[in-house]
Ligand binder design. Sequence first.
Ligand SMILES: Nc1ncnc2c1ncn2[C@@H]1O[C@H](COP(=O)(O)OP(=O)(O)OP(=O)(O)O)[C@@H](O)[C@H]1O
Ligand SMILES: [K+]
Ligand SMILES: [Mg+2]
Length: 706
Amino acid sequence: MITSLPQAIRKLSPRAQARNPVMFVVYIGAVITTLLAIWQPSWFAWAVTVWLWFTVVFANLAEAVAEGRGRAQADSLRKVKQDTTARRLDDKGATTEVPGSALRIGDLIVVEAGEVIAGDGDVVDGIATVDESAITGESAPVVRESGGDRSAVTGGTVVLSDRIVVKITTAPGETFVDRMIALVEGAARKKTPNEIALDILLTSLTIIFLLAVVAVGPMQQYAGQEPDPIKLIALLVCLIPTTIGALLSSIGIAGMDRLVQRNVLAMSGRAVEAAGDIDTLLMDKTGTITFGNRRATELLGAAGIDAVDLARVAYICSLADDTPEGRSIVELCVGDFAVEEIDPATLAAARAHQHPEYEAVPFTAETRMSGIDRHGREGTVEYRKGAADAVARWVVAGGGEVTASVLEQVERVSSGGATPLMVAVRGSVGADEGSVGAKTGSVGGKVGSVGGGGGGGGVPVVLGVIVLSDVVKPGMSERFAQLRAMGIKTVMVTGDNPLTAKAIAAEAGVDDFVAEATPEDKLALIRKEQSGGRLVAMTGDGTNDAPALAQADVGLAMNTGTSAAKEAGNMVDLDSDPTKLIDVVAIGKQLLITRGALTTFSLANDLAKYFAILPALFSSIYPQLDALNIMHLHSAQSAIVSAVIFNALVIVALIPLSLRGVRYRPAAASRLLGRNLMIYGIGGVITPFLGIWLIDLVVRLLPGMG
Ligand SMILES: Nc1ncnc2c1ncn2[C@@H]1O[C@H](COP(=O)(O)OP(=O)(O)OP(=O)(O)O)[C@@H](O)[C@H]1O
Ligand SMILES: [K+]
Ligand SMILES: [Mg+2]
């Protein structure tokens, strides 16, 4: 607190004060009593004046201490922000060195092992391990790769191995680290709707008390006593809700800060508050509940087709597929099934969508398929792989059929929690179609005989299933059980098939799941929940999760995800742990509870101050009022000074609580409310009686206290 004092004094400017109506009244009161004390000095006048200024400074101190906690962190982040040079890639493939600050959105930069990534962006080519410890504090390197949901990189982090091409997605000055700095410093802080509502309530109370105190003067005059403006100002300050007025902003800052300590960046205080009231949590599967490095592990040929034949087709399906899944299929086919690769020039051209023969059909979350259209001499052959239901629909639409044995394979793979990709081909794969054609000749023969297709078109044929495996992150079910105890329903929403979804849902211990969901479905599901008056949190990592993340009341994006997801959400978890929402919810609840508790305390305090000050003001006129002086305070002056001192000290005493927060344990909301009303309501009534009585014992020894 001592180190934050200079900052607290600096906040004494009228402009800074005017932002807080309750404390502004105290500030104006202090200015007036100062002038009065200079004009007609007395021990009493100066005692009140000095303590009014203390009150203002203590309120500033609360905010300064809260902000100070983020400042050290901001300093270390600034070191990450040092300007680095970048190697910008032009259309011809040449690189030029430019300062990081000259990078624009859309620029491509090359980063190799040992180099610092100069700006935020998405990996568009290559795979690398990256040291993100400067931002996350986690020393283990992370994998960042193009094509999938682990593509976002953050400026200031260091590439440890390999080479990546990064497409810049944010302008200099608006990067993730810039936003983090603004956030931890509290510079980006705006009042939340809840805070504004409470502010309005406090301001109304202040106005009511102001009118009441203004009315006291004439009442005294009527009774034949000259009103003392200093006493009236002291009365006003004691009655208005200074405690909560002083601590309100530090409670909010501390909440954000607690999230930062847990490696969660909340872009708005509103999201933190919403987290405290969440009813439903939606999560995607891959990369959120599972690790997300889904890899091809097995090939299951359909009846009459052996795995090697399937591998040749799976290879062609995937040669231009830049997703991690696609690359892992190529690796499996080449590594385990010795499929011969096509020549690098053809490969590069196909991937760049520039080869006349191999036309890439990229994966989309809508079609849930990908593949190649191969334009040969005998017409076009369509190679497809994808979610079993999507490919099956494609096959049936083309007049083909999906045999029961393939469906059985799909079911078996799914029930085990893995993802089956069905592989199918339409069109004749002749032996005379060049090198790859020759390799797939044997399959072609079967396709030809089964499908009977010659030339372009023909009937699609299913060749088998690729098994994609992924692993559920450890400890999920315990954490979801905790969420259940907090009264939050967890729902997994995935683009994967219902059987895989069911298996993973059971393993992870979520309450419910929705499978085969498109991005629109995810968005619609959130809207539906919200229309029922429920607050919804969503965690996700993919570009296909972005609309849902934006719509959710709390959108927690995984740091490993794509830039689109991180942009869309209102929180980012640097540890990419979806169960972090438990902490986020607890912090949100704690914030709301703390604010409620201190408001209760602040208002309950008033009662004791009435008993201290009103007799002091009127007992010389109405001696009967002395019966109210139940604390047996020494004199009118000492009673007033003691009340003002108590009013100021209680702010300081509560700063630690406002920063730490009232403890939150999962329990029914009504029980919590009842308990807190007891503690802070009754405590708020009793404490000032004791406090003022004790302070008066000392104050009565001061000069000028009658
Ligand atoms: N490269 C790919 N080529 C073809 N099909 C794919 C590819 N990647 C995924 N799929 C299929 O598309 C489905 C949907 O994938 P997507 O990544 O969009 O899922 P999602 O909606 O993000 O859900 P989750 O991340 O929870 O799995 C996958 O379950 C899989 O069957
Ligand atoms: K007060
Ligand atoms: Mg996903």
